[in-house]
Design a protein around this ligand. Structure first.
Ligand code: CIR
Length: 264
């Protein structure tokens, strides 16, 4: 493995728009904009407390899902792929994210018919696991693989059997430990040397590893206990309004590594 796992140097977050209650979601009750803003502020504070200096991109009311900024950008090493999100209503989110990244990273683009959401890309060392989902297609995965190869990163395709994104179903709780929802085929991850831990709580499969600590949704107390029992330092964060919008912890930020390191 080249490069080492590090704490993010900084991260991009995007404010919750006034239109957030019109976000895409499979069903259930619409999120409250006001509560979402309070929870977002606490999430940003948790990032700050973990040392991952948050930088905010302004909200865009024309894009109700814009706070799910992870879906718009995938960090490689010195460059970033600005995605073409798989939901048509989310495509307009990317220009302002690209503008925020441009001073620091070389940017790559993605053209139709390729589509990819950052929530479908899980970084583990030199590997990028990419979920083929309702949002990410083979052309999107192929574009990612082409760019990744230029930076000595390997792309491993994984079928997303249900749910929105690959990272709705799994995420890293430590550099070598994958937490995952039951029903996900973990063989590609085990083949890459990752240990796997099934967690029953749907909100538990998406945790956010930030250096020495891991953010866990307050809706996943048993997952937190299981991680604490393994000596993982967890921090509970309440993101109920983002769960209502089919989102979770990783999707609310793009983590930016210092040179030579990788982050989740
Ligand atoms: C969507 O359907 O696109 C948003 N409502 C949720 C996106 C969540 N993103 C993520 O998990 N990476």
């Amino acid at each position: 493995m080249t490069g080492r796992f590090v704490s993010p140097e900084s991260c991009l977050v995007r404010a919750v728009p006034d239109t957030f209650d019109r976000c895409l979601r499979v069903g259930g009750e619409a999120p409250s904009v006001e509560t979402a803003r309070r929870q977002h502020a606490a999430y940003v504070e948790a990032l700050r407390a973990a040392g991952a200096r948050p930088v905010e991109v302004a909200a865009d009311g024309e894009c109700p899902d814009c706070c799910f900024i992870e879906d718009t950008a995938v960090v490689l090493r010195g460059s970033v792929l600005v995605t073409r999100p798989g939901a048509p209503t989310r495509v307009a989110e990317t220009p302002s994210v690209a503008a925020a990244l441009a001073p620091r990273f070389a940017l790559h683009r993605m053209e139709a018919p390729a589509a990819l959401d950052g929530g479908d890309v899980l970084r583990a060392g030199d590997r990028l696991f990419v979920g083929l989902s309702t949002r990410t297609n083979e052309a999107g995965a192929a574009r990612l693989a082409e760019l990744a190869a230029r930076e000595d990163l390997t792309v491993v395709r994984v079928r997303v059997p249900h749910g929105l994104h690959l990272k709705s179903l799994c995420s890293l709780a430590a550099p070598g430990l994958l937490v995952h929802a039951p029903g996900l085929d973990t063989s590609p991850f085990r083949a890459a040397g990752l240990e796997t831990l099934a967690v029953g709580e749907p909100a538990g499969a998406n945790v956010l590893l930030l250096g020495e600590r891991v953010l866990v949704s307050a809706d996943a107390p048993r997952t937190r206990e299981a991680l604490d029992a393994r000596g993982v330092a967890t921090v509970s964060v309440r993101v109920t309004e983002f769960h209502r919008a089919d989102g979770a912890l990783t999707c609310l930020s793009v983590r930016l590594p210092p040179a030579g390191g990788w982050v989740t």
